[in-house]
Design a protein around this ligand. Structure first.
Ligand SMILES: [Zn+2]
Length: 134
């Protein structure tokens, strides 16, 4: 259900008026848009509207639907046009933060799991064949 609603909202946000406004502002000529990241002029198919402060804060993760909707349908001041390369780069950086948070949130391994591993290691050591003399 979560992903279904998420995708529906994302699709609807493509028609968000602030988004159209920001894209119009980045338009420098017919089918030419300026990237707020690198300043390059790219065609329509390579320009993407980015949330300056991301819809889901990477350090926080998903909070609730009210927060999600408010951040997705945000003011034009939180939107910028980026070329695809800049958008991917920004997304990667956010992804790294997200991953680090998820790792930190993982519960520590139970001691039960660690014990048999140690025992197995000892067994292996004992099983190691001794050097045989001639
Ligand atoms: Zn760029």
């Amino acid at each position: 259900m979560h992903d279904f609603v998420l995708n529906a909202l994302r699709r609807a946000s493509l028609r968000w008026s602030a988004r159209t406004k920001v894209k119009q502002a980045a338009r420098v000529a017919r089918n030419k848009y300026s990237c707020a990241g690198c300043g390059q002029i790219v065609p329509n198919k390579e320009i993407e509207v980015d949330h300056v402060s991301p819809v889901v804060e990477p350090t926080q993760g998903f909070v609730d639907w009210n927060t999600y909707v408010a951040r997705l349908f945000c003011d034009a001041s939180n939107l910028q046009c980026l070329c695809r390369a800049c958008h991917i780069e920004k997304g990667r950086a956010e992804g790294k933060i997200r991953l680090a948070r998820k790792k930190a949130e993982k519960p520590p391994k139970e001691p039960k799991e660690a014990k048999p591993k140690k025992a197995a290691k000892k067994k292996q050591a004992r099983r190691r064949p001794r050097k045989q003399g001639d």
